[in-house]
Design a protein around this ligand. Structure first.
Ligand SMILES: [Zn+2]
Length: 927
């Protein structure tokens, strides 16, 4: 019997005769338990000859079986399950001695019970789906957009008979294919019209992924219904390899090389290898959640995404564990995973793999690193199983490294942070990569400043008057030194960053050295005007004089419309108004010189518009203009719209979610309209430098805007089209061209370091990262020591006017992490007014929304915003922002903090009911 179970080569040949379709071959390969890559490889080795590939695979499979295994029975079962009755018959009829009965018995024994399991499973899925659909539709009726959990419904759409639960099927395979999304229909003829296994000649009709050039595509697997076939380029397969083997991997490949598809392939493999485990895909920006989950949904059935949608109230909320239970892949922002892990809604042993998009962020206090800290904690405790880690980036970065050695150390440290043992780059298939990724031509344009600049001189004079005022109202030597320094910085354009730095120092000194509250309020107001003048100069340098003036006029208008103002403020307003006419005259005068930087930018854009018009292969004009500040994006937009040769580009602004930014919906709309050509020019801050997919862009202009090497590569990666350009326009006096040269050099160092680190073997990587991991573990241990409550009961003051607001004892933390004040006395320390701007996102995943009211300083002359009123189940919460407050204690000096978390102590956590007020309890303006 043992001898009989072995198949002869001839038998394998006749079996394989039935396999002429790649789809059938693929199903067989999966059933034989070959990894997807193996199947794909054998097809390629046989030059897509399915018959030969089948013979080869069957040989290989037979050889893998342990001696004595009943290969014949196993194969018979597989072939029957796959519906290849003829091939199965070959096994039975091939030899008279063969024990048909025992063979048939094997099949019967294994089939029926598994079939019924399959039915149950399908029914479960259907009822789950019914829940999901009703949930989703009720969510839709509440709000048309802000659905934070969305699911790809599939069974109801397919309408295919093969999905009916009443149809019994064998299931070893069914389960397999369930996870794989492989077509489950046994009879190939049923598949006509369904996107299935594609042969190379028909490839052009298939949806392409990742990259152009269908003839170079490699098929990875077939799919069911509307799920598409994932097809990877050679280089993408190479990138995926270490991760497919189960190693913690960091994939480094250029923007536009389709790293997400590499992640999809790895995710499919993880789901196949470890049934029941989940794939978590973590992104660092809200708009990416939607974008990346869309990619996954094309290839994997149960994909959900979760995000806190900025500026959108009424978010549908499901606990993380529920979302995870119903889906194989969950795409989310890092903070949501941090929260869920902290709250214990999800644990690492549920997760098969965590993918970090833009993983070069896994450093310092980032949320990525917070996730990895929790992972390392488990690793230290030797708690298993831990999820696999996959990082993806265009460049890991090298910090400030100027030498290869330091750069390599930096990268090893990054790998240690991610527990990565393999840096995966394209080495073998460089050609295949180069066909896909375009390296745009770079240009550097150094411009001089305006020949004469009376506007800047007038603004500097205004600043001088503020300095004079400060000096006259205080005798403090400390202040005078700082003011002196500011005064020397005000007139030099290249030291604007320095100026705002010293200005911060001045504010701190005012708070520490001023005895009277009124004096502090006055001096802080002076600092505010200095800041405003400085940013007007920045706009003047970037855009037109009239744009700079406009900003100043708006600022002054707001200040003079206040009901109560300090004497200082009155003086400052009057000083400005005395100059206003002169400023307006300068900005209107045709004699005033143009901004040479703007002229150069205009030339470049006009040149590129012409290129697009005359050279067909460039495609329609799409460009992104990067600039430093939000204020300058608006100014530049106005300039383009008022410039005849450019206004047809219909420029639109794209900035981040921070106040006063744009919410997700707005961002998505802008990006859609850029894709479809409504806007041909995007004017953006760094928000879209990372990750967000803007495929149709042929020109990138960086306008007086330099970043480090990583961001430089990111920005250049936006230029995706052949014939694209990457231009930099800078002022000569700012030394930015030198900085850009430096970051170019750094890019070279980074490339060399990446090559070096990616050549290391896994063993070498483990050795190389060990030291950093150890160091990090100590850090994690230290951080996790619990913080105490505040023993000194610090007081909190308005950072602008120093008025007392509350004490530590008045503060509680409510679910969602908001810091609220609970004592009624607070109402005498604050005023409540209707919100002016768009409210900031009240936080992910908490059932809190904005009440559209702000907390302001009680002193109307100061009027600083101290926090917001939040609403939760008709209760009101007074949430304060630590950034607007200044901490004082008897012992220590004053201190401002960027976040509540950075304080050395914590506050009591209480439910909303113990920390909130009824609507009627709250005095003040009622909208
Ligand atoms: Zn105040």
């Amino acid at each position: 019997m043992a001898k009989r179970s072995v198949l002869s080569d001839d038998e394998l040949l006749s079996l394989a005769e039935e396999f002429t379709l790649e789809k059938d071959f693929f199903k067989l390969g999966v059933k034989l338990n070959f990894p997807i890559l193996e199947i794909n490889k054998s097809l390629k080795e046989c030059k897509d000859d399915v018959f030969r590939a089948t013979v080869m695979s069957l040989h290989h499979w037979r050889d893998l079986q342990r001696p004595g295994t009943d290969v014949r029975s196993k194969l018979y079962t597989i072939l029957k399950e796959l519906g290849h009755h003829k091939a199965a018959d070959v096994l039975v009829t091939g030899d008279d001695d063969f024990d048909k009965k025992s063979l048939l018995r094997t099949v019967e024994v294994c089939t029926p019970s598994e079939s019924s399991a399959s039915i149950t499973k399908n029914m479960d899925l259907q009822s789950d789906l019914a829940d999901e659909v009703s949930m989703v539709s009720s969510a839709m009726s509440q709000s048309d957009y802000s659905m934070s959990v969305k699911k790809d419904s599939k069974f109801d759409e397919s309408g295919s008979g093969s999905e009916k639960p009443s149809e019994p099927r064998s299931t070893g395979l069914t389960d397999y294919l369930d996870q794989m999304n492989v077509d489950r229909t046994p009879d190939p003829s049923v598949d006509v019209g369904v996107a299935g296994w594609v042969n190379k000649t028909g490839a052009a009709m298939q949806p392409r992924i990742g990259a152009p050039g269908a003839d170079r595509l490699t098929d990875i697997r077939p799919s069911i219904g509307h799920l598409e076939t994932l097809r990877l380029e050679d280089y993408q397969v190479e990138l995926a390899e270490p991760a497919l083997q189960g190693h913690n991997t960091c994939v480094v490949a250029p923007t536009g090389s389709g790293k997400t598809y590499v992640a999809v392939a790895v995710a499919q493999e993880v789901l196949r290898k470890s049934p029941g485990k989940k794939v978590i895909f973590v992104v660092n920006q809200v708009p990416l959640v939607h974008q990346q989950s869309t990619v996954f949904k094309k290839y994997i059935k149960d994909v959900a995404y979760i995000c806190g949608d900025h500026g959108q109230p009424q978010i549908t909320r499901l606990p993380m564990d529920q979302v995870l239970r119903k889906n194989d892949v969950v795409v989310l922002t890092a903070q949501i995973l941090v929260d869920a892990l902290t709250k214990g809604q999800v644990s690492f042993n549920q997760i098969g793999i965590i993918v970090f998009d833009e993983c070069h962020e896994t450093k310092k206090d980032s949320q990525y690193n917070a996730i990895m800290a929790k992972y390392m904690e488990q690793k230290l405790k030797n708690k298993k199983p831990l999820p696999q880690i996959l990082g993806m980036t265009a460049s890991l970065g090298v910090g400030n490294a100027r030498s290869d050695k330091i750069a390599i150390q930096y990268m090893l440290k990054m790998c240690a942070n991610m527990d990565v043992v393999k840096l995966s780059t394209v080495k073998k298939h460089k050609e295949s990569l180069e066909k896909v990724v375009n390296k745009p031509e770079e240009g550097l344009h150094v411009v001089t400043s305006r020949t004469e600049d009376s506007f800047a001189e007038e603004i500097q004079d205004l600043m001088y008057q503020v300095f004079k005022y400060i000096n006259s109202s205080t005798g403090s030597a400390v202040l005078n030194t700082t003011v002196e320094k500011l005064s020397s910085l005000r007139s030099s354009n290249h030291s604007r960053e320095n100026f705002s730095h010293v200005l911060c120092k001045l504010k701190k000194e005012i708070a520490e050295n001023t005895q009277s509250k009124d004096l502090q309020l006055g001096l802080m107001t002076c600092a505010q005007y200095l800041k405003e003048y400085s940013s007007a100069l920045a706009i003047h340098e970037t855009a037109r004089t009239k744009d700079a003036l406009q900003c100043l006029l708006e600022f002054i208008k707001e200040k003079s419309s206040k009901a109560v103002t300090t004497n200082t403020e009155k003086i400052l307003i009057r000083t400005f108004q005395e100059k206003q006419q002169e400023l307006e005259r300068i900005s209107m005068s045709p004699k005033s010189p143009n901004n040479p930087a703007l002229d150069e930018l205009q030339n470049l854009i006009e040149r590129d518009i012409v290129t697009c018009r005359t050279q067909e292969n460039n495609g329609p004009f799409r460009a992104i203009l990067f600039t430093q500040t939000i204020a300058s994006t608006w100014a530049l937009q106005k300039w383009v719209m008022e410039t005849d040769s450019l206004k047809d580009l219909h420029p639109e602004v794209l900035v981040g979610c921070r106040n006063p930014g744009m919410n997700l919906r707005h961002q998505t709309d802008v990006l859609d309209n850029f894709r479809n050509g409504v806007h041909k020019l995007l004017i953006a801050t760094s928000v879209i430098q990372q990750g967000i997919d803007i495929p149709a862009c042929n020109f990138v202009y960086r306008y007086n805007y330099i970043t480090d090497a990583v961001a430089r590569i990111q920005a250049r990666g936006r230029t995706r089209k052949p014939g694209g350009r990457f231009d930099l326009v800078v002022h000569d006096y700012r030394g930015l061209d030198g900085k850009d040269k430096l970051s170019k050099e750094q890019e070279q160092i980074m490339q060399q370091a990446t090559d070096a680190v990616s050549s290391l073997s896994i063993e070498q990587m483990i050795l190389g990262t060990a030291e950093y991991q150890q160091h990090r573990n100590v850090q994690i241990f230290n951080q996790q020591r619990p913080k105490p409550f505040d023993q000194c009961n610090h007081s909190y003051h308005c950072k602008h006017c120093d008025a007392l607001v509350c004490h530590s004892a008045d503060i509680r933390i409510v679910p969602g992490g908001h810091h609220v004040v609970i004592h009624r006395q607070i109402f005498s320390k604050i005023r409540i007014v209707a919100s002016r701007g768009v409210g900031q996102d009240p936080g992910h995943w908490s059932s809190v929304e904005h009440a559209k009211k702000e907390i302001r300083c009680a002193d109307e002359r100061c009027d600083t915003k101290l926090g917001s009123i939040l609403k939760c189940n008709n209760r009101m919460l007074l949430a304060f922002s630590i950034k607007s407050l200044r901490l004082r204690s008897e012992a220590s000096k004053t201190k401002t903090n960027k976040s509540w978390g950075s304080l050395p102590f914590i506050f009591q956590k209480v439910p909303v009911t113990e920390a909130s007020f009824g609507f009627n309890d709250i005095p003040g303006t009622v909208a």
